[in-house]
Design a protein. Structure first.
Length: 121
């Protein structure tokens, strides 16, 4: 995943920066930089979805590419037919849409809910 994101950064001519990525995933520059240099735990799926959006990429398509590259690197042959891959792709698109809707709903709720101070008993 990190290699893919770094490739996208290079493809933009570094117009999209580590700061841009950190902002879109609500993370610090330091943590984002460390993940991009494989010095920290990887991005979460929700972060990857947001990063895909930043670069104008389809998260389902990109996830498939990563899985395919991983299998090829491991010397594994395709275990599914083209029809099965298409069906899985449709499912992943629907799951991505559901995840994005959920994240947007949570953000909307959090933005509209007044914060109550927590008591320290």
């Amino acid at each position: 995943m990190v290699q893919t994101i770094r490739k996208w950064i290079d493809e933009t001519g570094n117009r999209i920066t580590t700061d841009d990525i950190a902002a879109v995933i609500d993370s610090s520059y330091s943590r984002t930089h460390n993940v991009l240099h494989m010095r920290n735990s990887p991005f979460t799926l929700s972060q990857f979805i947001r990063i895909c959006g930043l670069f104008g990429k389809n998260p389902s398509t990109e996830t498939f590419k990563i899985i395919k590259q991983s299998k090829e690197a491991d010397g594994m042959e395709a275990a599914m037919s083209d029809e099965e891959y298409d069906a899985l792709g449709t499912f992943m698109d629907e799951m991505t849409t559901a995840a994005e809707t959920y994240m947007n709903t949570i953000k909307s709720i959090n933005a509209s809910s007044p914060r109550k101070p927590q008591s320290r008993d």
